[in-house]
Design a protein around this ligand. Sequence first.
Ligand SMILES: C[S@@+](CC[C@H](N)C(=O)[O-])C[C@H]1O[C@@H](n2cnc3c(N)ncnc32)[C@H](O)[C@@H]1O
Length: 253
Amino acid sequence: MLKPLSRDELLQIDARISDRDGWDFSRMRESFGDPPFTFESTLDGLIDPTTRLLDQGTGGGERLLAHAARFGEAVGIDIEPGMIDTAERNRRSAGVENVSFVPADNAATRFPDASFDLITNRHSVLAIEETARLLAYGGHFLIQHVGGDNAANLFELFAWRSNFPSEWSEPLIAIKPHLEGFGLEAIESHEYRIDWWIHDIESLIFWLHSVPTPSTFDIEEHWIGINRAIEVLGDDRGIRTVEHREMLVARRV
Ligand SMILES: C[S@@+](CC[C@H](N)C(=O)[O-])C[C@H]1O[C@@H](n2cnc3c(N)ncnc32)[C@H](O)[C@@H]1O
């Protein structure tokens, strides 16, 4: 079982934690209940080796590069040039040849109409009109959002009521009516809430520094919240919170 720590001990742990690189969370020690679907399992029915894929808000391209063997070619875009540099570095070190990265706003790209068979958007800003323009007829748009209950019981302990920025986690039910006006038909939607254990304090503090919390996480200000999390949410596997995800698949008609 995790035990509450002194302010100084928490400050020392915090000082050892380096910044997130791209959107790479692989250093976290964590585990999950069984989700009924995943972004990856939903992709199964949507890609084949001929697919031309666009990944919006690709971050460091971590997810896109992991699937490179499953599609024909792909472009990852991100509004932050630094993310594109990180993604290109990740691409080279993974030895992937069928993916390129371009700095661009999801809402305004320079690709010709109907350039892609599949567009993915995992936890980024939605741009429905531009997405519809870029999709070939019959092509698919796969969106995953962070649900509003994600880590909500943890955030409460820091007196944070809201979760991720609304443009990254707008309930997908609210998006459905907007799709039709742009020639997109929702064909599948799911959500899940599962147990999520963060196994140690290093991982918890890294995560709090790495996601857009309602106010910037600062150990000097928030160290008591860490101890509250240990006391209230601690069990024999770590800090037990909730992962909430929503997913929607639309087809260009
Ligand atoms: C939470 S990260 C998700 C990264 C990646 N898709 C993943 O799932 O790991 C959101 C990304 O969207 C990018 N982003 C935000 N607004 C954007 C926009 N208007 N156009 C393109 N990218 C954007 C951010 O720079 C960030 O890298």
